[in-house]
Ligand binder design. Structure first.
Ligand code: ADP
Length: 368
């Protein structure tokens, strides 16, 4: 569908409910013909994108994720990863226009709901046509490509419950199938993947990253995801949740519940169960509330994922999506939930480019 075929610039865009992910391919070598033909505008755009790491007030380039010397459609180059809030789309389009994007004859490959919502704006404001691709096709294509291209893309958390020993270990994902793919964005989608073109969305939940951020802002007055995670990092969810031990008076071992389960389990805390008490409410901190919100949302996702894995008889689960960005608390919780409830047979895997696969998958589909 991308009529412009090989002509630069190559972009892939995933316009989600919360974040817009933009992947830009910077060619390493430019042929003489291209250099002759390259208009000043294109050169300026390339320099603007690759030399900066902040764009306007809210755009960021994740320089740590940059991939050099990758090969796409026979061209060598660098992949750049850029994100901004979808709510800033108006400003993004104005910026793109001011950089002369509207003067280039080009098509941008796009996926996500925003590819539909903003299609007219792209056309009217920057003269860009969007070639739209299926969200899940793009997600899987992008993740398989990045995983194959980057040797240390896939990892797991060893000793996820032990803060001192816990560490990231590379995982060999060269024989991936079958696996469960859990995409935690604003909401959550769970897919079974049996082969590169053989997948099915089997479940999901509306309680995802958007719920965490929304509730956290309501409960603590914070304004950003980064702030919410920072609060959660120093909070204690057991000040907010009701623990089984509170109910059984501590002697819960008689009921077959091991003591160490209580603090970390999925079902043996009643999330927010202490907040009906005015006294308790008066003693909890913002940090505790942020932590409890994070743990509640994460454990719910862990619980649904585990049920899916059991039903589908699949042992490897790959978690992706920007909810996991700068969020080791949730990754470790998911890892220990998978370990614990499966007695080690279920493996929770994570990927470095967590939220960018849809955008990458789009870029890969940039064919004439
Ligand atoms: P979507 O495609 O639905 O926008 P993403 O995979 O981009 O989904 O994930 C969005 C979620 O990521 C948010 O709901 C939030 O929990 C989390 N998140 C991580 N970083 C940010 C950020 N800088 N701004 C807003 N949300 C963020």
């Amino acid at each position: 569908p991308c009529e412009s075929g090989n002509s630069m610039p190559w972009f892939g865009m995933d316009i989600g409910g919360t974040l817009c992910k933009l992947v830009y391919f910077e060619p390493k070598y430019i042929t003489k013909d291209e250099a002759d033909a390259e208009v000043e505008t294109l050169k300026n755009i390339r320099q603007y994108l690759t030399k900066n790491s902040a764009y306007g007030k809210t755009g960021h380039r994740d320089a740590h994720l940059q991939m050099d010397d990758v090969c796409i459609r026979g061209r060598r180059g660098t992949l750049h990863f850029i994100r901004f809030p979808t709510s800033e789309m108006g400003n993004f389009l104005a910026l793109a226009r001011s950089k002369g994007m509207a003067t280039l004859v080009t098509t941008v490959c796009a996926t996500g709901g925003g590819a539909y919502k903003f299609e007219d704006n792209f056309k009217k404001e920057v003269n860009l046509s969007l070639a739209k691709f299926d969200e899940l096709d793009s997600l899987i294509r992008g993740m398989l490509y990045i995983e194959m291209t980057n040797p240390c893309e896939c990892y797991y958390w060893a000793d996820p419950t032990d803060d001192d020993k816990c560490q990231k270990i590379p995982y060999d994902f060269s024989k991936p199938y079958p696996f469960l793919l859990v995409n935690i964005g604003s909401g959550v989608s769970i897919l079974t993947v049996q082969g590169p073109n053989d997948y099915k969305r089997i479940s999901g939940t509306s309680l995802g990253g958007g719920t965490f951020l929304g509730l956290c802002c309501l409960l603590t007055g914070c304004n950003t995801f980064e702030e919410a995670i920072e609060l959660a990092t120093s909070g204690d969810s057991t000040k907010v949740d009701k623990l089984v031990k509170d109910i059984y008076g501590g002697d819960y071992s008689r009921f077959g519940l091991p003591g160490d389960l209580v603090a970390s389990s999925l079902t043996d805390v009643y999330s927010f169960g202490q907040m009906n008490s005015k006294d308790r409410r008066n003693t909890v901190t913002k940090e505790d509330l942020a932590r409890a919100t994070l743990v509640t949302i994460t454990n719910n996702i862990g619980s649904i994922t585990r049920m899916c894995a059991v039903t589908e008889k699949i042992e490897r689960v790959v978690f992706v999506g920007n909810f996991l960005r700068v969020n080791p608390i949730s990754m470790k919780l998911l890892a220990s939930a998978m370990d614990y409830w499966s007695k080690g047979t279920l493996k929770a895997l994570f990927l470095e480019h967590e939220g960018y696969f849809g955008a990458v998958g789009c870029l890969l589909q940039f064919t004439g």
